[in-house]
Ligand binder design. Structure first.
Ligand code: AMP
Ligand code: TRP
Length: 325
């Protein structure tokens, strides 16, 4: 049996080059080697309020972007989390095994809890649902950006805890980070991760941004007081732009950019990003020409994976002594 890959992206906000370089690009590259399942995690998105009309649009847009970014729906299954009841069902079974202290120590929960006066229970449970996503498919490889490393450690800890309480049930999933681009920072603030929830205009490059907008955002990106690229000591802003350029175009090396004036360097970065995104944007327009195509593809993905989810849920229920026919 081929090893199984699972990963997911939330259908909230605009997908950006951090999502592409940290996740999607890697997914497209490894899908041929494994049995791959890529998920639109809408149940995670609703841990913060989403406008229902927007969300249902975003789910399909995200699926179309997966395909446009190179996920081949013949080779990989593209699925919507909420369409497969095993995700929520396994999440409850795992909730009963998850120590509250582990959840309260997660950095995502702590930073959200600090910012908000009231915080939804969904934010606390978020890592359990993510663990359920992965363990439901007995995935052994999970390609993500670096910000998900802690959630993956939690998943392994929880799987181990379950296995030691109820007997060997789950496969241990390994984190798979891309060699370049595992953590892309905001263009306006290179100390902050590029994020969908940050809406200021110069923060992120959207996967569907026009070339002109991309040029403008990169031209305005925060750098430092130097004027030319010194590969030996790049400030965080320049280092981030270099990572973006290198991840988009492998021929961009430190040697090649050494001594370039910031203005020229930024032009090179913008060209690399635009060239990378152009075919993705073209495919996106082709795919979305026929809206029923996406629904069909999501239905086919679901049918293909359902037996796996039924097997795992039955196995877990049996291990726990629950009622299984
Ligand atoms: P999210 O936008 O939180 O749904 O993230 C979906 C995927 O993109 C996950 O694998 C993240 O680790 C990855 N990702 C999100 N933001 C970044 C970033 N700034 N740099 C690299 N990867 C990212
Ligand atoms: N929490 C992930 C993120 O925000 C999304 C996600 C949900 C995920 N379930 C997953 C990623 C399972 C990998 C595997 O990026």
């Amino acid at each position: 049996m081929r090893a199984r890959v699972f990963s997911g992206i939330q259908p909230s906000g605009q997908l950006h080059i951090g999502n592409y370089l940290g996740a999607l690009k890697n997914w497209a590259e490894i899908q041929g080697r494994y049995e791959s399942i890529f998920c639109i995690v809408d149940l995670h998105a609703i841990t913060v309020y989403q406008s229902p009309a927007e969300l249902s649009k975003k789910i399909r847009e995200t699926a179309a972007l997966f395909v446009a970014a190179g996920i081949d729906p013949e080779q990989s299954s593209i699925v919507v989390q909420s369409s497969i009841s095993g995700h929520a069902e396994l999440a409850w079974l795992l909730t009963c095994v998850a120590p509250l202290g582990w959840l309260q120590r997660m950095t995502q929960f702590k930073s959200k809890a600090e910012k908000q006066e009231t915080i939804g229970d969904g934010i606390l449970q978020y890592p359990v649902l993510m663990a359920a996503d992965i363990l439901l498919y007995q995935a052994s490889i999970v390609p993500v950006g670096e910000d998900q490393s802690q959630h993956l450690e939690f998943t392994r800890d929880l799987a181990q805890r379950f296995n030691s309480l109820y007997g060997e049930t789950f496969v241990m999933p390994a984190t798979n980070l891309p060699a370049v681009g595992a953590r892309i920072m905001g263009l306006d603030d290179p100390a902050q991760k590029m994020s969908k929830s940050e809406t200021s205009a110069g923060h992120a490059i959207g996967l569907l941004d026009e070339p002109k907008a991309i040029q403008k955002k990169i031209a305005r990106a925060t750098t430092d007081s130097q004027s030319a690229v010194d590969p030996g000591s790049m400030g965080p802003g320049i280092a981030n732009l270099f990572t973006i350029a290198q991840a988009c175009d492998g021929s961009i090396t430190k040697d090649r950019v050494a001594g370039m004036r910031y203005g020229d360097f930024k032009k090179l970065v913008a060209e690399a990003v635009i060239a990378r995104l152009e075919p993705i944007q073209r495919r996106y327009r082709e795919i979305t020409d026929d809206p029923s195509h996406i629904d069909q593809l999501l239905e086919a993905g679901k049918e293909r994976v359902l037996p796996i989810t039924h097997d795992t849920v039955a196995k877990v229920k049996r291990a726990m002594g629950l009622f299984v026919r």
